[in-house]
Design a protein around this ligand. Structure first.
Ligand code: NAD
Ligand code: ISE
Length: 350
C-alpha cells in the first residue's frame, strides 16, 4: 500500500542531501511552495543537515542515516538530492517503504541499477518514482515541444544544442560531462522529438587551458534518432562567461529556438549590455518551483505525472553508449529499448 498522506493535506517531506540543490528545494518548500512541510533531513555530513534546519527555521528532525529517514513514520514522501552514485539504494529503499520519491537526476549511474529500480517499481504495482528532469516544466521547452507537435516546422531534420557552465567543480571528470551534464539533453530530446536515439558519437575538440588534466573540456555529442534527425550538443563546463543553454530545432519549413531568460538590456557608453545568468539555479528557477509544487500536489492526490523512472532509465542507457564512444573515439550504434507496458500510460511525460 502507498503510504497515505495526512488528511489535512500537508505533505510531510523528508530530504536526503543538503548540498546545493537539496538546500534549494528545502528553501522553496519552506518559503513559498504550498501544501508541504519539511519534517526530516539527512546528509552524510551531519553538521550540514543540522545547519540547514537552523538556517531555514525548520521544525524537522536530522537523521544520521538516509535509510532511517525513509522508514520514518512522519515522512510521507522523499526528495533524494545526494550525489548521483547514492541515488539507487535510496530509491530502492523508498519503493520498499511504499513512499513517493522525487529523485534528482540521474536516476542512477548504471543501467543495472536503473533496471533494478524499474523492476522494483513494477513489482510494487504503482508509480512511486519521479526523476528531476526539470526542463520538462520549463515553459520555453514546453513551447518548443508544442511547435514540434504542431508540425508547423515540417519534418524535423536537425537540432543544435549548447550546454555551458561557467566553471565545473574541481573533481569533475570527462565522464561526468556525460552523466551529469549531457544527461539533460539525452532526456529532453527524446521528449521533444518523441523518438529514440540509434547512435552516438562523442568528439573531443581542442582542450581549454582553464581545466585540470583529468577533464576533457569542451566536448561535442552527435546523436542520431530513429528517423535520421542529427543533433549536435556542445558541452563546455568551464566556458568562464556564464551559464548558457541553447536549443534550436530545424525543420523543412522553419526553425524554432529556445529563448534565453529575459534580462533588461542596458545602454551605456555607446555599448549595449545584457546580463547573462551565472548558474542553473537562476536559469531554471521557475521550472524548479513548478516541478516541486506539482510533485507535492500529485503526492497529495496519490498519482505522479512527471518524468518517470523509464525516462530516468533511458537517459542513463544512452549515456552509457556515449561513455563507450568517448572511450573508443568512434560512433556507437545502440539497440532501441522496448518500454514496458507499465510505463505506457496516458501521462503528460510521454
Ligand atoms: P552537492 O555536492 O552540492 O550536494 C550533495 C550532498 O549530498 C552533499 O551535501 C553530500 O554531503 C551529500 N551526500 C553525499 N553522499 C550522501 C549519502 N550517501 N547520504 C546522504 N547524503 C549524501 O551536489 P548537488 O549539486 O546538490 O547535486 C546533488 C544531486 O542533484 C546530483 O545528483 C546532481 O546531479 C543533481 N542536480 C540536479 C540539478 C538539476 O538541474 N536538476 C542541478 C544540480 C544538481
Ligand atoms: C547540474 O548538476 C545540473 O543538473 C544542471 O541543470 C546542469 O545544467 C549542470 O550542467 C549540472 O552540473
Amino acid at each position: 500500500m502507498v503510504k497515505t498522506v495526512s488528511s489535512n493535506k500537508i505533505l510531510k517531506l523528508g530530504i536526503i542531501g543538503t548540498g546545493a540543490i537539496g538546500q534549494d528545494h528545502i528553501k522553496r518548500c519552506a518559503d513559498f511552495l504550498s501544501g508541504v512541510e519539511v519534517v526530516a533531513v539527512s546528509d552524510m555530513n551531519k553538521e550540514s543537515a543540522q545547519h540547514v534546519i537552523e538556517t531555514y527555521g525548520l521544525n524537522a528532525k536530522a537523521y544520521e542515516s538516509g535509510k532511517d529517514l525513509i522508514q520514518a513514520k512522519e515522512v510521507d514522501a522523499i526528495i533524494i538530492a545526494s550525489s548521483g552514485k547514492t541515488h539507487a539504494e535510496y530509491v530502492l529503499s523508498g519503493i520498499q517503504a511504499g513512499k513517493f520519491i522525487f529523485c534528482e537526476k540521474p536516476l542512477a549511474t548504471t543501467i543495472e541499477e536503473c533496471k533494478a529500480i524499474l523492476e522494483a517499481e513494477q513489482r510494487y504495482g504503482k508509480r512511486l518514482v519521479q526523476v528531476g528532469f526539470m526542463r520538462f516544466y520549463d515553459r520555453r521547452y514546453q513551447e518548443l515541444k508544442n511547435i514540434v507537435q504542431s508540425k508547423k516546422l515540417g519534418p524535423i531534420l536537425m537540432a543544435h544544442a549548447v550546454h555551458r557552465n561557467q566553471k565545473s567543480p574541481k573533481d569533475f571528470t570527462s565522464e561526468m560531462v556525460i552523466t551529469d551534464t549531457l544527461i539533460h539533453e539525452l532526456d529532453i530530446f527524446r521528449w521533444l522529438l518523441n523518438e529514440e536515439f540509434v547512435s552516438v558519437t562523442m568528439i573531443s575538440p581542442r582542450k581549454t587551458s582553464k581545466v585540470e588534466q583529468q577533464l576533457q573540456d569542451p566536448q561535442l555529442a552527435l546523436l542520431t534518432t530513429q528517423s535520421g534527425i542529427e543533433i549536435d550538443v556542445e558541452l563546455f563546463v568551464n566556458c568562464q562567461y556564464g551559464y548558457d543553454i541553447r536549443c534550436e530545432i530545424v525543420g523543412e519549413e522553419g526553425v524554432a529556438s529556445l529563448p534565453a531568460p529575459a534580462a533588461v538590456p542596458m545602454c551605456l557608453g555607446e555599448k549595449r549590455y545584457e546580463r547573462i545568468w551565472a548558474n542553473w539555479q537562476d536559469w531554471f528557477l521557475e521550472a524548479y518551483n513548478i516541478e516541486i509544487q506539482e510533485f507535492i500536489n500529485e503526492c497529495l492526490v496519490g498519482e505522479l505525472k512527471g518524468p518517470d523512472a523509464w525516462r530516468g532509465y533511458m537517459a542513463t542507457y544512452v549515456a552509457e553508449f556515449c561513455l563507450q564512444s568517448q572511450k573508443k573515439g568512434v560512433e556507437i550504434a545502440m539497440p532501441v529499448s522496448k518500454c514496458p507496458d507499465f510505463y505506457q500510460y496516458d501521462c503528460k511525460s510521454h
